[in-house]
Ligand binder design. Sequence first.
Ligand SMILES: *[C@@H]1O[C@H](CO)[C@@H](O)[C@H](O)[C@H]1NC(C)=O
Ligand SMILES: *[C@@H]1O[C@H](CO)[C@@H](O)[C@H](O)[C@H]1NC(C)=O
Ligand SMILES: *[C@@H]1O[C@H](CO)[C@@H](O)[C@H](O)[C@H]1NC(C)=O
Ligand SMILES: *[C@@H]1O[C@H](CO)[C@@H](O)[C@H](O)[C@H]1NC(C)=O
Ligand SMILES: *[C@@H]1O[C@H](CO)[C@@H](O)[C@H](O)[C@H]1NC(C)=O
Ligand SMILES: *[C@@H]1O[C@H](CO)[C@@H](O)[C@H](O)[C@H]1NC(C)=O
Ligand SMILES: *[C@@H]1O[C@H](CO)[C@@H](O)[C@H](O)[C@H]1NC(C)=O
Ligand SMILES: *[C@@H]1O[C@H](CO)[C@@H](O)[C@H](O)[C@H]1NC(C)=O
Ligand SMILES: *[C@@H]1O[C@H](CO)[C@@H](O)[C@H](O)[C@H]1NC(C)=O
Ligand SMILES: *[C@@H]1O[C@H](CO)[C@@H](O)[C@H](O)[C@H]1NC(C)=O
Length: 860
Amino acid sequence: MKSKTHFIFVLIFCISISSNTIHAAGVETKLVLNCGTEEAETDTEGRKWEPATKYLATQANSIGERALSQDPSLESTVPYMTARIFTAENSYKLPAKSNARHLLRLHFYPSTYGTVSQDDAYFSVTANGLTLLKNFSASITAKALTQAMIVREFSLAPTHSGELLLTFKPSDQHNGAYAFINGIELIEMPNLFGSALVIGSSGELMETNTANLQTMYRLNVGGNYIPATNDSLSRTWYDDSPYLFGASLGRALTNSSLPLKFSEISKSSAPEDVYTSWRAMTEDPKINENFNLTWVFQVDANFTYLIRMHFCEIVYSRINQRVFDIYLNNQTAYDAADVIGWTTSAAVPIHKDFVLYVKDEPGDDHLWVALHPDINSKPEFYDAILNGLEIFKMSEGESLAGPNPVLSDLLVKNEVRNKASQGKAPQQKDGVGVAHVAAGGAAAAVVAALCIVVYTRKNKIAGGESRTSSWLPIYSSSHSSGTKSTISGKSTNGSHVSTLAASLCRHFSLAEIKRATGNFNESQVIGVGGFGKVYRGVIDGDMKVAIKRSNPSSEQGVNEFQTEIEMLSKLRHRHLVSLIGFCEEDGEMALVYDYMHHGTLREHLYKSGKPQLSWKQRLEICIGAARGLHYLHTGARYTIIHRDVKTTNILLNENWIAKVSDFGLSKTGPSINRNHVSTVVKGSFGYLDPEYFRRQQLTEKSDVYSFGVVLFEVLCARPALNPNLTKEQVSLADWALHCQRKGTLEDIIDPHLKGKIVPQCLKKFAETAEKCLSDHGADRPSMGDVLWNLEFALQLQENSGNVTAGAPESDNSGSEEEPHRINPAVHMSTLSLGSDFDLNEKPEDDSVAIFSQIVDQKGR
Ligand SMILES: *[C@@H]1O[C@H](CO)[C@@H](O)[C@H](O)[C@H]1NC(C)=O
Ligand SMILES: *[C@@H]1O[C@H](CO)[C@@H](O)[C@H](O)[C@H]1NC(C)=O
Ligand SMILES: *[C@@H]1O[C@H](CO)[C@@H](O)[C@H](O)[C@H]1NC(C)=O
Ligand SMILES: *[C@@H]1O[C@H](CO)[C@@H](O)[C@H](O)[C@H]1NC(C)=O
Ligand SMILES: *[C@@H]1O[C@H](CO)[C@@H](O)[C@H](O)[C@H]1NC(C)=O
Ligand SMILES: *[C@@H]1O[C@H](CO)[C@@H](O)[C@H](O)[C@H]1NC(C)=O
Ligand SMILES: *[C@@H]1O[C@H](CO)[C@@H](O)[C@H](O)[C@H]1NC(C)=O
Ligand SMILES: *[C@@H]1O[C@H](CO)[C@@H](O)[C@H](O)[C@H]1NC(C)=O
Ligand SMILES: *[C@@H]1O[C@H](CO)[C@@H](O)[C@H](O)[C@H]1NC(C)=O
Ligand SMILES: *[C@@H]1O[C@H](CO)[C@@H](O)[C@H](O)[C@H]1NC(C)=O
């Protein structure tokens, strides 16, 4: 493992050295060019970007400019903060080896450059006559995808000219249009493409080695995000979970115990990590028999797509053990796929390519990939596997260009509001100013998170030019499991839910909801919150769900309902409670969630008479919850701050898997009054970060603080606040810290745990909790560190202290998906989270619940 990564490292190093000697015969092309500057600069990943100017066809018509402002979510200032602006057609003449395939990446950062506005950039880009982009607006595209910058990747078929003429041309349809580019990468690649099976034909093959392709999606299925620096062709591989469809996500597994044998395909097809991790179905053959492991992708209609599926069988080594069918857009692409049948032995990576035409008809702008066990071949295991997935758009005629995406109404409204407020709202010098800035940033994040690409059917019919253009990583995910329910924007007539969110979630009819809850029978109520009541329900015959019904008089209105759907439908993690769907009909609004069989963590700790959890169980639950929070903080595109971490918001499913609930909800985000700071401090007393309370500055470290309280609560089995106790003991955080510092913590731990915790484990656990409770956020560990420490504590417990120091095993083939960081530099957050109820919790009126009030700071 070590030596492999080392090898890649050396390889990248060698290639980047050779980039200076590009013209030398036999040397691979590897151009990494920074546009609009004369300086060679290094990005945050250590890649060196050379100035591009010397490749310009003419020095006229263009100018190098610096962006006026830097978006906080930009991962690196290089190459994004400088751009070349073209006011008329101009080209880069890039040396490219003839007869070789090249990867071309174009980097765009829409911003104000000099005096030109980002709204006026409309242009086309062609490469040796092939249209890559047309009437392209980087600004609209970035907004629609809520990304600061846009990277487009193309794989260009070999040419014979020894040169790539990359031409930028401002649109002549738009007054004052200009073109711009921030960075260009041109990397020679082996021709990894060959014959692909044409779906819908009778076994016809298509040669794709001369195809021009645009990368739409590139996923490390069942595995982690792989950054460009870890791929020999600097490709980026994303996690597949956001694209999974249906209630059952299968299992993400890894096993790197066997060395991979690249006997079938080139080693540069994908990094080894793609092949040592995969997604399989569940462990239960009966369940597997009845569902398809399905992914859904948005694509531009009217194009042909090349779908490359990567496989590597590591667990089995004989044929007919794992045999499955592959469906693409509901058509059988491959009947009885058997990876060992293809490779004859285990740990041999292979890929299968398919070609599929996506028609230009309503509803056909999605691409479905589904796997199902092939029952007919009577395999030993009813299971399916997929290791990696790449989807490329193939050029239609001489063009790869799709339309600009269409922005949702919400985004458009926000745009107007932002424009109107520019220049107003002068900054105060005192703390209010700080809070204001923080609130503004948070609001921007919320709005960004809400801005959604919408399919506008009307426009589509009229113009045919307004469909969604997908780009990686478009974070859409689906939670629908339905066969009966509609999964289409069309059904939400007059709905408040954006069409994409609607298309991602299952849409329930009111009749279905009524049936599920026995017509909202009071006996089904399992909780009450600000939003209304929460009911237990059953859908699809036997699937248990929790249904949150809006209370018509609730203070949470339409916006909150919408926000919850739009945020939750895009967040998905094994340790987050997931939204299955929603209902909006006749003024009724309801949200449907996974049912958590074992209820809240708190009810298993004290005051419920339920059986005690063992220490190991408690540790595993804490680790699960930490994973969920870590994902919220770093795994989504924006940092999401939970704001109300407590033991009643950690729910347990039938397998005692911890799931964080009540997250990512924004109360005031989209409608924030720009002239008034209305930061609503929300959270629960006993868990509230003192720094946040003092300074109104919300960071993810506030969640870390609350989680520290949870850890002590788990250890001591007492409420965060217990007013019955002496003054110094009322607050668990204060009391536990006091005891920990005096060395008397053992006296206050749960009597059921006495003597059952390995001392080193207790020490590690208590130290971790203590650090979480540090007064200053900066001194607290990140959620990732907390997770690491808890895993270490678990290891100490299990190995009874004979552990060798070091990291916990990370490749232990568990089904745990390690959350990853996509945008390291984002410091945004949601504003006000959560309705104040606990899913699955019985209404309770003890003092803790009374303390759990909203503190409204509006009138400050
Ligand atoms: C990338 O490679 C480095 C070593 O070169 C390794 O330490 C790191 O874990 C890898 N990251 C991922 C996400 O694979
Ligand atoms: C990993 O795969 C190997 C080879 O199939 C197998 O022997 C081993 O048990 C697997 N490891 C785990 C943890 O499943
Ligand atoms: C595939 O089937 C699903 C339902 O199983 C349907 O919602 C979807 O629209 C179909 N996709 C295509 C492209 O026909
Ligand atoms: C799986 O998908 C295929 C193609 O859409 C469909 O024909 C089949 O009925 C699905 N199977 C299940 C169990 O949903
Ligand atoms: C160019 O794109 C914009 C924004 O999507 C659109 O309004 C306009 O109609 C397009 N123009 C042409 C000529 O396609
Ligand atoms: C789809 O492609 C056909 C043929 O290439 C073309 O005639 C048609 O206008 C295209 N439709 C759209 C909406 O672009
Ligand atoms: C959609 O809403 C309009 C007005 O809001 C109504 O007249 C129409 O009947 C609705 N259509 C459906 C299919 O519900
Ligand atoms: C509510 O459910 C209970 C128990 O299932 C049942 O006895 C009662 O009749 C139901 N009430 C209504 C109004 O349906
Ligand atoms: C405090 O004492 C009252 C009366 O004994 C009891 O009902 C209540 O549950 C106690 N509260 C806590 C948090 O223990
Ligand atoms: C060390 O840990 C192993 C389990 O990993 C256990 O079997 C063994 O007894 C332990 N040895 C000691 C000395 O505690």
